[in-house]
Ligand binder design. Structure first.
Ligand SMILES: Nc1ncnc2c1ncn2[C@@H]1O[C@H](COP(=O)(O)OP(=O)(O)OP(=O)(O)O)[C@@H](O)[C@H]1O
Ligand SMILES: [Mg+2]
Length: 377
């Protein structure tokens, strides 16, 4: 565990970049420092590997004051990744990644072997090994930066806005990759960003900082969204925090109905037998599936049977029941032309449908449940 204990950084010109900051950064999880430009994120991160020395306070790793460790030993245990990757332009990709193992005295072959292994780990094609950084896209360079930081297998990764220079789609891919790597390798990651959505997606714990190097709130993402500490945090979280909070509620508890779900080969007689059941859930349309149970589209009851699959109303994007959140379910319902969301299993087969009202009830129930849990402890 990294413990930042009442640390202040005052630069020679008098700027207080970090002001009596205290944080406990848990092992084997991602802790995000987030806040507006100039609030002291980079300064905090760099004090952890002593690229910057604090003016006051101490930083302890597993109980040991980092001031009492030789800088080289300390840094060997910490990979460092920055925006634009900071690669050596005159070295090939494989040799960029092999940098630290080489410094540690590994043979060239062994270091390159390790580098190739890491390329696969971060999702880089082996064919890129002998290229130079300028021959890679921004997103690929960022992956090389992560691989290089992982090369000596350090327990800690420090990452300073590593994904902010790439477009949103590539960025999402890199974030997913990082979550996967963290799950597989169990690194302790301290991640700096000014993007609150990135913080919420990646962080196990999120430290919101405000200008002047003050800690505004330190909490898990769901708690930030449900109970921002003050107006600054609330403002920083943005307008739709209620909706975003729904992404932490599972759709597993949602009450689905299969009453209006009909396979394409259902006969008029079979449908008539289900009339009461369908009427009871008041679904305005039938959800027609193929013979494998995969949804095809919505159909007005009077047009079925005999509906042509090509002329059905689009069912939009379904959500995966139990895996996707209530936010995804609500989004489906809102986007659906019928106002009903379609739930599917992992194979894409329809497992039921839910109205906006049903989803609204599930949201209320989830909130009540959460409040009860909060009160309990
Ligand atoms: N060497 C320095 N000398 C004086 N002031 C500095 C120095 N480095 C940083 N600062 C100031 O310290 C404050 C915090 O800077 P820091 O780089 O930690 O911010 P940041 O949160 O990382 O910002 P950004 O999101 O823009 O990267 C800023 O006001 C900055 O101008
Ligand atoms: Mg910075």
């Amino acid at each position: 565990m990294i413990r930042i204990d009442s640390v202040t950084k005052r630069y020679p010109d008098g700027t207080v970049a970090v002001d009596r900051l205290s944080l406990e950064i848990p092992d084997r999880s991602i802790t995000v420092l987030v806040g507006p430009s100039g609030c002291g994120k980079t300064t905090t991160l760099r004090m952890i590997n002593r690229m910057i020395e604090p003016s006051e306070g101490t930083i302890l790793i597993d109980g040991v004051d980092i001031q009492k460790q030789p800088v080289n030993t300390l840094r060997r245990g910490m990979g460092y990744v920055i925006q634009n990757a900071g690669l050596f332009q005159h070295r090939t990709i494989v040799d960029n990644i092999a940098t630290v193992p080489r410094l540690l005295g590994w043979s060239k072959d062994r270091a390159r072997g390790r580098a190739r292994e890491l390329m696969t780990r971060v999702g880089l094609d082996a064919s890129l090994a002998s290229r130079y950084p300028y021959q890679l896209s921004g997103g690929q360079q960022q992956r090389v930066g992560v691989a290089r930081a992982l090369a000596a297998d350090p327990p800690v990764l420090l990452m300073d806005e590593p994904f902010s220079a790439v477009d949103p789609i590539v960025r999402k891919g890199l974030q997913e990759e990082l979550l996967r790597i963290q799950e597989e390798l169990g690194k302790t990651i301290v991640f700096v960003t000014h993007d609150i959505d990135e913080a919420i997606r990646l962080g196990t714990m999120v430290a919101v900082m405000r200008t002047g190097g003050h800690l505004a709130q330190y909490a898990p993402p769901a708690e930030l969204l449900s109970s921002p500490a003050d107006a600054f945090v609330e403002d920083f979280l943005g307008a739709d925090r209620g909706i975003r909070r729904l992404s932490f509620f599972t759709s597993a508890g949602l009450e689905l109905t299969t009453a209006p779900v009909v396979a394409l080969d259902t006969t008029a007689r079979q449908l008539a037998a289900r009339e009461a059941e369908i009427a009871e859930v008041a679904a305005p349309h039938l959800l027609v599936t193929d013979l494998d149970g995969k949804p095809l589209g919505w159909c007005a009851p009077e047009d079925f049977p005999g509906a042509e699959p090509g002329r059905l109303l689009s069912f939009g994007r379904p959500f995966e029941f139990g895996k996707d959140s209530l936010r995804a379910a609500l989004d489906c319902a809102v986007l659906s032309p019928t106002g009903w969301a379609v739930a599917v299993d992992a194979e894409g087969r329809a497992v039921g449908v839910a109205s906006q009202e049903t989803i609204g009830e599930a949201i209320r129930a989830a909130h009540a449940e959460r409040r009860k849990a909060d009160v309990a402890g």
